[in-house]
Ligand binder design. Structure first.
Ligand SMILES: Cc1ncc(COP(=O)(O)O)c(C=O)c1O
Length: 366
């Protein structure tokens, strides 16, 4: 049996006629940037997340970068970032001109260890990036408490967390502002690149909107040196089709995760945490850990099961961040995660036969 790591076809096949109609509607309107589809999607996604504002932008990376810029965070400032995340979290800080300061995660949650944050705060610290990695939220009460105590902004990187909840509130509504990615493989994905910022902060919302539109608050009137980062009409129309199905897709992922969690029984394999009332997981990825990870990866590939490593090299060991001069061994948890993680197939439309097969093969490894 051949099982892809992810497959968008089951989702898109079910919605094909609706997506075709959305394409046709935009073509018929012949209006492609900053029109009615974007306006409607922004309202719908803000309502879904439970915030006042949603601003469509070009990518998730831009969403994070624009929030930092809008808060005036830049050269000479520091931003706390988990040492285990996709590099875009740190790149947003670097693009803004500030310095990312890596704080180790808890190995069981993969997310930033809130107990280690205060030790990393200096007079230069301006914000904490709380990444809701893999679709599970960070310890937001503690992060918000520390941020308030030290006068810092809390910026959620919700790129992997569409619909995830923390104590009943959705990711995107848990800090001062949040960045989402609509990269096609995300739980809510466009048919190309896309992203958005969500916030309750009126001033920030207006500034992000202007910064992403050449720094313009109205046409040909420029109040900032902005950039061009907008979610186009076609992608907004596709996202409007998909948003009403997001909860159903997340539920299907939780069903697959529940089976993996209950039925993968191999002492060599460590499983991620289960969804819970306080941390409602959306399993953007299902990440197992194994000390013989590379052997396991090959064994699964030989059995037709495709996997991905999220992520194989921690950020401080990437050439791009050599300037930070963090030597190997200094962030041991991030390094251990990189050495041991493997994401196994997880997508809407996986059949129970496929789930059976993955479980069966994993249980036979060793
Ligand atoms: C945690 C995290 N942050 C940021 C991003 C950046 O999003 P995008 O690819 O839309 O720029 C991604 C997605 O790739 C991500 O997984």
């Amino acid at each position: 049996m051949e099982i892809p790591f992810a497959d968008l076809r089951p989702m898109h096949d079910e919605l094909r006629s609706e997506l075709d109609a959305a394409y046709k509607k935009v073509m018929d309107n012949s209006w492609f940037i900053q029109g009615k589809e974007l306006e409607a999607f922004e309202k719908e996604f803000a309502a879904y997340v439970g915030v006042k504002h949603c601003i469509g932008v070009a990518t998730g990376l831009d969403a994070l970068y624009l929030i930092l810029k809008a808060y005036g965070i830049g050269a000479g400032d520091e931003v706390i970032v988990p040492s285990n995340t996709f590099i875009a979290t740190a790149l947003a800080v670097s693009y803004a001109g500030a310095t990312p300061v890596f704080v180790e995660p808890k190995i069981e949650t993969f997310n930033i260890d809130a107990a280690l944050i205060e030790a990393a705060i200096t007079p230069k610290t301006k914000a904490i990036m709380a990444v809701q990695l893999q679709g599970r939220c960070s310890d937001m009460d503690e992060i918000n408490r520390i941020a308030e105590k030290h006068g810092l902004k809390v910026i959620e990187d919700a790129a992997q967390a569409h619909g995830a909840k923390y104590k009943g509130k959705k990711a995107g509504a848990l800090g001062d502002a949040a960045g989402f990615s609509f990269y096609p493989g995300k739980n809510l994905g466009a048919l190309g690149d896309g992203g958005c910022v969500t916030t309750d902060d009126d001033e920030l919302a207006a500034k992000v909107r202007a910064l992403g539109n050449y720094g313009s608050d109205y046409k040909y009137h420029h109040i900032y040196k902005g950039t061009n980062s907008r979610l186009d009409e076609m992608q907004a129309a596709f996202l409007r089709v998909k948003l009403p199905y997001l909860d159903k897709w997340n539920e299907a992922r939780r069903k697959v995760a529940a089976r993996y969690l209950a039925e993968i029984k191999n002492p060599l394999i460590k499983l991620p945490l289960a969804t819970s009332e306080d941390y409602e997981h959306i399993y953007h990825v299902f990440v197992i850990r194994c000390n013989k990870r590379d052997e396991l990866e090959k064994y699964l590939a030989d059995n037709g099961i495709h996997t991905v490593k999220h992520y194989p090299i921690p950020m401080h060991m990437q050439k791009a961040y050599a300037e930070l001069q963090i030597l190997e061994g200094n962030l041991p948890i991030a390094e251990e995660i990189s050495r041991t993680v493997l994401s196994i197939p997880m997508y809407y439309g996986m059949t129970m036969d496929q789930v059976d097969y993955v479980i069966n093969r994993l249980n036979k490894f060793g």
